[in-house]
Design a protein around this ligand. Structure first.
Ligand code: ZN
Length: 316
């Protein structure tokens, strides 16, 4: 037995053993070869943001499907029968990871035993991630709100895809290079626009803590009524804490999210009115889902631009 073959034998044995012990998702991206597949590759992604990125990377080599459409909350989303069919037919699957798709873990793990299932978030070095304030030893999954970090995650996913489908490696690398340039320009644009908000008004209040990466990258304070997952409950105390903050600092606007019911923040606005301070709902942000296909927020760069425009015009 040659050395590489022996190594492959031992690693598959170890992996099988590890799986038995831990039930982990197998990353069989090292062993699959997609080069032989003719016609478009079937790529299935969980969120629209990932689907948008992988479509840019893969171009006409792949048909890309996103399971979660506009307004869908990934923290609560469960795979439908139609999703299971799509996952079964997929050649490769990309998901966010870091527990974003909290209710799809088991399904993705099962699919991962049969084909490459790749988490964008899990590929990033831990020092680039933000620790969750709600869950010990977990990371905040909302990595797409730091445009540079998202670009890095997509770059890593591109490398994996290029290794799986070596025959089309150059196409993927070129697709990514174009997208990366666009994201670099977008990153600068967001930085400049957020700086237009007067410093004392530079605070982003939303329904759930989706914007920590955004806040860190673009120098704006962020507060959410709910934690990093919409699974967690919020109580009257959370509302009154937020009302106190808004009144004390004369904050002009708070923001609802397209994937979270708006009533939680309406209670905050009402609470401020009772204290004699007028704050408004400054608009709807696309937090965990993009806008409808064909609308300006129906792509990842468009979603980021729409959010920034909403934030800046309400707080400036
Ligand atoms: Zn979220």
């Amino acid at each position: 037995m040659k050395k590489p073959a022996l190594f492959a034998y031992w690693s598959s044995l170890l992996c099988a053993l590890f799986l038995t012990i831990s039930g982990c998702t197998i990353d069989n991206s090292q062993t699959s070869d997609l080069s032989g597949i003719e016609g478009p590759l079937q790529i299935v992604c969980t969120t629209g943001m990932i689907g948008d990125a992988m479509a840019r990377v893969a171009g006409d080599r792949a048909e890309v499907v996103s399971l979660m459409g506009p307004g869908v909350d990934p923290h609560l989303y469960k795979a439908t029968q139609g999703d299971l069919r799509k996952l079964n037919q997929a050649d490769v699957v990309f998901f966010n990871g870091l527990h974003l798709e909290g209710k799809m873990g088991e399904v993705l793990e099962k699919v991962g035993r049969l084909k490459p299932v790749i988490a964008l978030g899990d590929s990033l070095p831990s020092q680039r991630l933000i620790n969750s304030t709600n869950y010990a030893s977990a990371y905040d999954p909302h990595i797409w709100f730091d445009v540079a970090l998202w670009s890095e995650a997509v770059g890593r996913a591109t490398q994996t895809l290029a290794k799986l489908d070596t025959a089309h490696r150059n196409q993927y690398l070129e697709g990514y290079a174009t997208f990366q340039k666009e994201l670099e320009a977008l990153d600068g644009e967001v930085t400049r626009q957020i700086q237009e908000i007067p410093e004392e008004q530079r605070i982003l209040i939303t329904a759930h803590d989706a914007f920590e990466y955004f806040g860190k990258a673009y120098d704006i304070e962020v507060r959410g009524l709910q934690g990093i997952s919409t699974v967690s409950e919020f109580g009257l105390k959370d509302i009154s804490n937020l009302v106190n903050l808004i009144v004390d600092r004369s904050i002009k606007a708070v923001f609802v999210e397209s994937s979270v019911p708006r009533k939680s923040l309406e209670a905050v606005v009402e609470g401020c009115a009772q204290r004699g301070h007028k704050t408004i709902i400054g608009g709807t942000l696309y937090s965990d889902a993009m806008g409808a296909a064909g609308t300006p927020a129906g792509t990842y760069p468009g979603m980021v631009r729409a959010n920034v425009q909403t934030i800046v015009s309400a707080l400036k």
